[in-house]
Design a protein around this ligand. Structure first.
Ligand SMILES: Cc1ncc(COP(=O)(O)O)c(C=O)c1O
Length: 421
């Protein structure tokens, strides 16, 4: 029986008010943030120092420094791995721009490799063809919380004497081959921004098990100083430094949320499992997969619409946007995570990151960013949509069931979707 879509006046599949916002805030968050506010230390105080120890212990890493974003942590990782002017770093063609722009900040040239369709992560089979004598490192992103094939990537890197930087900004609690991501490569970056599974509003961690990589990367954290403000300063820049510190108030919030991270993770997984059960077998829908040995924290539950089967191969992005409007009208909180492969983004495509064509013009490196090299990333951009908050506590499998009903309803009535402007 055809049903009227909510966008045309039908009943919403997800009733108003069913979805609760992320992250849950408890009395402990309030207590810790207010105590930090009432203390005398507003830069690096006890919460800051304890948070770094607690995060390192939670992850199982030797070192962790808390900073103001995942982007800052990626930049520190790149410097920790001694990537510099004219070096090349391999980056997935589909990721958040910071996994690439961290290179540009240090005059490093990003070289893009297409993604694997199933995992949406860098395709390890295509990495070796991108390695040149200038390649210094591989940035592997565990996108949407699914681990990249980091064991295979590490083997390629070691064969070519390259460093591996893990972008774990979306991958708290993700494992690969049973090991936590962020401890497998040479160093890693985590983000704690609003939407992340460990949220402190904004923030991030640079982590490493390697003393030298960690110390080099950390020089960026605080004006190029080697000492922390809580241990006195030398007032001397020992290296090129930025200001990537966060603050005691944010650290207090991050600590309060970190204490509940291990409770959140299984709840997100249970919600994802229910969503998968309810969506299994839906015609024209491609569900996320978790290959053997990979782990998934379901940071973002990403689905693809089979545009070939729907008869929209030629106008995939436009039809996907109509499907999105229909889904949002049903109350399904979903959006396109990233609609462009990174090499298509203006700063990269125009090769003008910070003016006058640098870093490309300032080095002898010649790289080819022609988009026809990234067909998988482009198809993914045009076919996907993703969900985060519906999977997060305090939301329960009941919301997952309603979300699944909305998705099934829209796809079953795709003829009505054709009429959406
Ligand atoms: C894969 C990935 N890398 C890096 C970042 C950057 O993190 P931040 O926003 O904390 O700078 C993000 C943030 O959204 C991300 O998703």
């Amino acid at each position: 029986m055809p049903e009227t879509l909510a966008i045309f006046g039908g009943t919403k599949a997800v009733p108003d008010g069913l979805m609760k916002p992320w992250p849950p805030i408890t009395d402990n968050d309030r207590k810790m943030v207010l105590a930090a506010l009432d203390s005398n230390a507003h830069t690096v105080g006890p919460n800051y120092t304890e948070l770094e120890k607690e995060f390192a212990a939670w992850l199982g890493a030797r070192h962790a420094v808390f900073c103001n974003s995942g982007t800052a942590a990626l930049h520190m990782a790149l410097v920790g791995c001694e990537c510099g002017c004219g070096d090349e770093v391999i980056v997935p063609a589909y990721t958040w721009p910071s996994s690439c722009t961290c290179c540009l900040h240090h005059n490093v040239i990003p070289v893009f490799v297409d993604i694997d369709w199933d995992t949406m992560n860098i395709d390890p089979a295509k990495i070796e063809a991108a390695i040149t004598r200038r390649t210094k490192a591989i940035i592997t992103v565990h996108l949407h919380g699914l681990s990249a094939d980091v064991g295979r990537i590490l083997a390629i890197a070691r064969k070519h004497k390259l460093r591996v930087i893990e972008d774990c900004c979306q991958a708290h609690g993700t494992t690969h081959g049973g090991k936590p991501v962020g401890t497998i490569g040479d160093c890693a970056a985590f983000s704690c921004n609003q939407n992340k599974i460990h949220c402190s509003g904004e923030g991030g961690f640079f982590v490493s098990n390697d003393d030298a990589i960690f110390e080099r990367g950390k020089t960026l954290w605080y004006f190029g100083e080697h000492r922390r403000p809580d241990t006195g300063t030398d007032y001397k820049a020992y290296g090129m430094g930025w200001m990537y510190r966060s603050s005691e108030l944010v650290a207090a919030f991050a600590r309060a949320q970190l204490a509940r991270l291990n409770d959140y993770l299984p709840q997100i997984k249970a919600n994802a499992q229910r969503l998968t059960e309810c969506l299994a077998g839906t015609p024209n829908l491609i569900l996320p997969v978790t290959p053997p040995g990979h782990g998934h924290n379901f940071y973002n539950y990403t689905i693809r619409f089979d545009m070939d089967a729907l008869g929209h191969a030629d106008d995939a992005a436009r039809f996907r946007d109509r499907l999105l409007k229909a889904l949002q009208a049903e109350g399904v909180d979903t959006s396109v995570w990233q609609g462009w492969p990174v090499p298509e983004m203006t700063a990269i495509a125009a090769r003008n990151a910070y003016g006058r064509g640098c870093p490309w013009k300032c080095t002898r490196t010649k790289v080819d960013y022609a988009l026809d090299q990234f067909p998988v990333a482009i198809r993914h951009c045009n076919w996907h949509t993703g969900m985060t908050t519906p999977l997060r506590p305090p939301n329960t499998p009941r919301l997952a069931e309603a979300v699944a009903a909305g998705i099934r309803k829209v796809l079953a009535n795709a003829d009505q979707v054709d009429k959406i402007e």
